[in-house]
Design a protein around this ligand. Sequence first.
Ligand code: HEC
Length: 119
Amino acid sequence: MKTAFTLIATAFLTLSANVYADNAGLSLAQKNACMSCHGVDKKIVGPGYTDVAAKYRAELAGVKKPADKKAAELAIENKLVDKVKKGGAGAWGTIPMPPNPQVADADLHTIVKWVLSLK
Ligand code: HEC
């Protein structure tokens, strides 16, 4: 009985930790006004975040070796953090994203990881 309770409690804590991680990305994106231009699953001025995730997931699908995959994932995360910070156009069309230099690097990594995890 005690074991069952511990298992359930652990499962619950794990679940809420995941939900929290997701919400940390979303709430930072809201706090930093990213969501005025990006919907989670619809285009506003910039692409919907699920489309961004799908695009880079497709890129990663071409990488077969697990070690290369880890490196490729990290390269994509770093590239997108840099892009959001400096702004830019060309990946999704001609409308540019303005630079967002006010957002802390750690927060950008949290947001980008959350974006890339979306399905
Ligand atoms: C004024 C509107 C606007 C705001 C605010 C904005 N974006 Fe963007 N974002 C865009 C546009 C437009 C693009 C497409 C740029 C392109 O085609 O390369 C884009 C692209 C992106 C991409 C994909 C980049 C790529 O190269 O594939 C990510 C990730 C992203 N934005 C995240 C963010 C985050 C995080 C924030 C908040 C810190 C943010 N955006 C704020 C308009 C915006």
